[in-house]
Ligand binder design. Sequence first.
Ligand SMILES: [Ca+2]
Length: 341
Amino acid sequence: MNTVPPANNPAIFNTTNCHETFPPNIPLFSALIVLIGAASYHQSVTTWNPHAGYIPSWTEGATVTATSNAKDAANVLDGDPNTHWQSGGVVPGKPDGTLESVTIDFGQVRPVGQVHTRHWAGEVGTATATQLYLSTDGKNWQNIATLDPTALHTVATILPKEIAARYLRLEHQMVVKDWNKAFIWEVKAYDRFGPYGQMEPPTQGHTTIKELLGVNGYWSFGTDKYSDELGPDGGPFRFKPVASHLRNYHDMTWDLKSPNDPIDFEKMAKGGGTPATEWLNWDSEYQVWHESAGMNVQASLQFYKFKPEDWKHPRKDGRRYAEAFTRHFGAKKRQRPGLFH
Ligand SMILES: [Ca+2]
């Protein structure tokens, strides 16, 4: 029996037709698992390199010019998303005053497949559009994207195929009003694989999804029928095509009226019920789960409905119950593998 899953247990998800009282006290158990895990797997503190594993942008070491306020143009290549270039103010009537841009020279022709820009121009009404261009010679430009000048986040423009380019231009179409100014914050460019580089080729995993998945269930899967009445498509058989683990939240108060009571699961198997539930036969669940549906079975013992004062001799009574449970459902008594995983 497991009350908490070991770290290498399969992923478990819950059925939607669980008993209304399920699952009890899980947050407490979960917190305990986290604490145990944190204590067991703490690691030493090392220096963190935020650039480790990243592919350098073509803009590293590049030069940048701007249509105005050239002294701040380098802020679009400094790697800091909080520093920016701000254009000079629009003067209505001035030739070309409605286009403000920065132009980046990679220093050599590069294959460009992705351009990442943080180009928020300013409050709504600052710019009407933002254009992205590439060029090999700095004279003939190819428009590769029209961007939203109000985008706050970094925008990744991914091209359908790489374009060979030495120059990149990001241009705001300004609204013509007195002394209107726009921002550009950061520009990076990469080949088609982007900042994380080419993906490793896929390899076949050693575990199938079916081997990985399990289902948290409750008696009868919400049908009020034993699983041996639910074949061939219901209950455990429904999940057999996609999962290999089943876990039951085994309510101890269905077995015992008091934790101090003894229990004989062999009597239960012969139709005698349990001391608390005269009709109950867990074999009609667990045997079918394991032997007919081929599932690895787990039981999470639920003892929370008993009050602390109900336990007169918790160590002794708990052991007696556990021994009775494993004597019946375990491997030795039944001269075959036990029902439980
Ligand atoms: Ca910056």
